[in-house]
Structures are given as structure tokens and as C-alpha cells.
Design a protein around this ligand. Structure first.
Ligand code: NCD
Ligand code: ZN
Length: 343
């Protein structure tokens, strides 16, 4: 096969940042995706309907002309979040979902939830109105090994959320472990998971290849090879519980190449092409469309995109660095050659 034509995909998890960075982040995502679930971990976080509306306006103002792109906004859950605010934002079509960051789990998560019991009222409201809960599934306890944080979150936190709110739609974001794959599969219709391009391509060795590689560092951190293999199986399994979410998360080069480097991989310039490459390697190109363009909207209860895009086998080299808001950012797979290209 030398071309693949699919319904235009959506990105169900992206960090577009703000201010000067928006021009490039929005263009990079809108190039491949018709809609995107926009993460709310700004400084300060997006916790109100008004903040989300204004952020959406800023995003819309930089959409390249002639491109159709719909940002879907999320509400950052805090211990003190007001269920009425969340419900109002959902009813007004401003909030598409809420995002649960355990406090201090990742970039700009310091205002996150300290104990899930504190947000039981908002979870009950979301369950009632059918609003999805998106979860960064890692515990933050210092005594839990970094590589076990997703598994321990599933055991200590997620299992009880699913049990206490059986009607709540839950997306476990950017899964990285075989155990998460199993949990989702066994969870039935209530739960789904997004899978990033980078977790399909790298395992944890990528961070230590002949030296320390900060551009392979993200959260949840990449795990052992057996987990990467499980993720590839899940993504290509044609299960509606697994769909595309890039977790594209740019940080300026200087913030990554630092004594305390930021977590996050900027993959928007290559994301769709990398998924195509992975599905091709797995002999599953015929399943790319469902993963990229059908199962996400189906879970969120949104219509499928009418437009189509075509990927062609036409090798190109990923730039070493790209400009994002006047600062250098090293994209995922910088300098490497990709087989697939978006027409
Ligand atoms: C994200 C970021 O930089 O905002 N970083 C990351 O490593 N994925 C936050 C997140 O999704 O964890
Ligand atoms: Zn993220």
C-alpha cells in the first residue's frame, strides 16, 4: 500500500499552551486533526467556564485561514471545584470534559486533586449529566517507584472511582502499561484509554541511549518493552476502548535540556505520521481509521468528521528543531526519517 485515505482524525489529548506559543501549536495540530481535546494545565489552570471560553477564543483566533479546527475545552479539577460551574460549562458547550490531575503528578499539576474523595460531588454530577472524566493516572506518593505509578493508581484510586460511579464515562489518558490495557479491556463500556505515538515507539531505554536523553522524557514515563508491545496490540486491536490522543506537550529546548528538565514530548508535527508508521509495522493500516477517527467521537458521543485525509508513503526528514512562540522546541523523532507523509 502506498496511500491510505481515512476520515479526518481528532486528537483526544493535546497541550496547546498559550500566548505566543499558540500560533505554532494550533497550526501543528490543526494540520492533521479536525478537533482536539485541549488540556487545561495552564498557569493559572482553566477551572471556570469564563476562563475556558476566553482560552477557546485565543485558540480560535490563531487557526490558520482555510483550516477547519474545533478546540474542545476541558475543566481542571481542583479540591474546591464547584459542581454547578462544571455542569453549566457542559450545558453551554464550553466544557467537553473534566481533567483529573492528582496534585503534583505532572507539569502544572500543583493545583490538582489531593484526595479523590474531595471531588466526589463533582463526579456524581458528571455521572448524572454524562460528562466524561479524563484522568492522569499516576499516584504521586514518594515511596512509589516512578515506573509503578500508573499501576498503583489503578489499584488504589481508579478501581474505586469506577466502582463508586458506575455510570461515569472515564478516559484513562496516555496509558503506558500492560496492566492499564487489561484494566480498560475488563472495564467494559464505561472506560476507555488514549494512547500516544511516543509510547507506541519508545520504551524506557530511549531515555538512556549512550547518555541522558531529556527529549524522550514525558509523564507517564515510558516503561519496559513488554508494555510498549501491549500498547501496540491494544491500539491495533480494533477495540473501541482505545483511541488516539497525542499528549503533544511542547517545552522550550532549554527547559528540557536542564538539570531538572520538564516532562513532555512535542509530537504534533509528526503524530499522525507516526501512528501510520506503527499501524503499518503491525500490518494494521486498515484499522488506523477506527482508532484515529471513529472510536474517540463514539466514546464522547460526538459526530464523525465528514472530511477525509490521505497519507502517502513518501519519506521525509523530521526537522531537528522547530520554532514555537519564538523559542526552539525539539520535536519527537527530531532528525529521523519517517516513511509516511500527510498529503
Ligand atoms: C504534560 C505537559 O507538559 O503539560 N507533560 C507530559 O509529560 N505529558 C502534562 C501531562 O500530560 O502529563
Ligand atoms: Zn497530557
Amino acid at each position: 500500500m502506498t496511500t491510505v485515505s481515512i476520515r479526518k482524525p481528532d486528537d483526544w489529548h493535546v497541550h496547546l499552551r498559550d500566548g505566543a506559543q499558540l500560533t505554532q501549536t494550533v497550526a501543528a495540530t490543526a494540520r492533521s486533526f479536525a478537533r482536539a481535546i485541549v488540556m487545561p494545565n495552564l498557569v493559572p489552570p482553566v477551572c471556570t467556564v469564563e476562563a475556558a471560553r476566553q482560552y477557546r477564543d485565543r485558540i480560535r483566533s490563531v487557526i490558520p485561514s482555510g483550516t477547519s479546527f474545533h478546540p474542545l475545552m476541558t475543566c481542571y479539577l481542583t479540591d474546591g471545584i464547584d459542581p454547578a460551574e462544571v455542569a453549566a460549562g457542559y450545558a453551554d458547550n464550553v466544557f467537553a470534559a473534566c481533567k483529573l490531575y492528582p496534585a503534583h503528578a505532572t507539569t502544572n499539576a500543583s493545583h490538582g486533586v489531593t484526595d479523590v474523595r474531595r471531588i466526589h460531588p463533582v463526579l456524581a454530577t458528571m455521572e448524572k449529566i454524562g460528562m466524561p472524566l479524563l484522568i492522569h493516572g499516576e499516584v504521586t506518593d514518594a515511596d512509589v517507584d516512578v515506573f509503578d505509578r500508573e499501576l498503583v493508581f489503578i489499584e488504589r484510586v481508579l478501581t474505586s472511582i469506577v466502582r463508586d460511579f458506575p455510570g461515569l464515562k472515564i478516559v484513562l489518558e496516555h496509558i503506558t502499561t500492560a496492566e492499564a490495557v487489561d484494566f480498560i479491556r475488563e472495564g467494559g463500556n464505561q472506560v476507555a484509554a488514549t494512547i500516544t505515538p511516543h509510547h507506541l515507539v519508545i520504551n524506557r531505554n530511549a531515555m538512556f541511549q549512550r547518555g541522558l536523553r531529556p527529549h524522550a522524557y514525558c509523564l507517564p514515563v515510558a516503561k519496559r518493552e513488554r508494555h510498549r508491545i501491549a500498547l501496540r496490540k491494544a491500539a491495533t486491536s480494533n477495540s473501541p476502548q482505545f483511541f488516539l490522543g497525542t499528549d503533544s506537550a511542547p517545552h522550550p529546548r532549554a527547559m528540557k535540556e536542564s538539570a531538572c528538565g520538564c516532562a513532555g514530548i512535542f509530537n504534533a508535527p509528526v503524530a499522525l505520521e507516526v501512528y501510520a508508521h506503527v499501524f503499518d509495522e503491525e500490518g494494521a493500516l486498515d484499522r488506523l481509521e477506527a482508532f484515529a477517527s471513529e472510536y474517540g467521537p463514539r466514546f464522547y458521543g460526538l459526530p464523525l468528521n465528514p472530511d477525509r485525509i490521505t497519507l502517502e508513503r513518501n519519506p521525509w526528514q523530521v526537522p531537528d528543531v522547530v520554532d514555537v512562540g519564538g523559542q526552539d522546541v525539539v520535536p519527537f523523532l527530531a532528525g529521523e526519517t519517517l516513511a509516511w507523509r500527510l498529503q
